[in-house]
Design a protein around this ligand. Sequence first.
Ligand SMILES: NC(=O)c1ccc[n+]([C@@H]2O[C@H](COP(=O)([O-])OP(=O)(O)OC[C@H]3O[C@@H](n4cnc5c(N)ncnc54)[C@H](OP(=O)(O)O)[C@@H]3O)[C@@H](O)[C@H]2O)c1
Length: 232
Amino acid sequence: MESPVVVVGGAGRVGRIIVQRLLERRESVRVIGRSVQHARRHLAPGAVFSQGDVRVPQTLATPLAGCAAVVYCVEPGTDDRGPDRPETTLHQGVRNVLAAATAGGNRPQVVLVSQLHATHQGHPLNAYGRMLVWRFAGEELLRESGLPYTVVRPGWLVDDRTAGERVRFEQGDQGTGWVSRDDVAEACVQALYIPAARGVTFEIFNEPGPAIPSWSEAYGSLVWDRTPVGLT
Ligand SMILES: NC(=O)c1ccc[n+]([C@@H]2O[C@H](COP(=O)([O-])OP(=O)(O)OC[C@H]3O[C@@H](n4cnc5c(N)ncnc54)[C@H](OP(=O)(O)O)[C@@H]3O)[C@@H](O)[C@H]2O)c1
């Protein structure tokens, strides 16, 4: 890529793996997060950190200016009201980031980390500030943005491989299961380089079995959300 990739939430547990993998690919990487201390502790040298909050548009303009791609992996608050309710990061934050990233006619590729059950509005998780309502609303903003995008819905995140080495993609939001943060991060990175990953929404889980031989094949097995413009 010719211009930077911005990882919003890039000092987080999924985000910092994404940052590391992008740096290994010699990409120019910018990270947005609220905590400088958190960034100092967790970010690989080489990433450029900008203190910013997705709820505060004026903190986003500079780090997102002219970016080639954005990966959004922000953990929401769970309050019922106030600034830490899920709506502020899962919906307003996505809108603020898309607005800053597209300033001046820029058209970045965007990968959004969402979650399983985003379409299950009756799920108990929705008791936390209507989290799933806002997850889905944030996804919809991106799907309707006209930008090249990928929506990744991880299963329950774990830091080990107890759920298995094999990655399983699903569509339709019917499944459940665990997935390693490592595989979610790799799926996000791969989505930036594999054309078949554009215009899709999918769930990702681990299961027993060998690691998948090809991310391109896995992405190639997915059905587009809508027929991409120019490929009717
Ligand atoms: N836990 C699960 O089982 C599960 C399942 C499916 C999906 N997910 C989702 O997967 C994503 C990645 O998870 P994770 O484990 O990597 O989360 P994490 O370790 O908590 O990292 C989240 C990052 O979000 C940043 N952040 C939070 N609020 C922000 C704001 N207002 N503005 C800018 N940055 C903000 C945090 O940085 P600062 O604090 O420095 O701002 C942090 O670096 C999250 O969206 C999570 O909800 C989780």
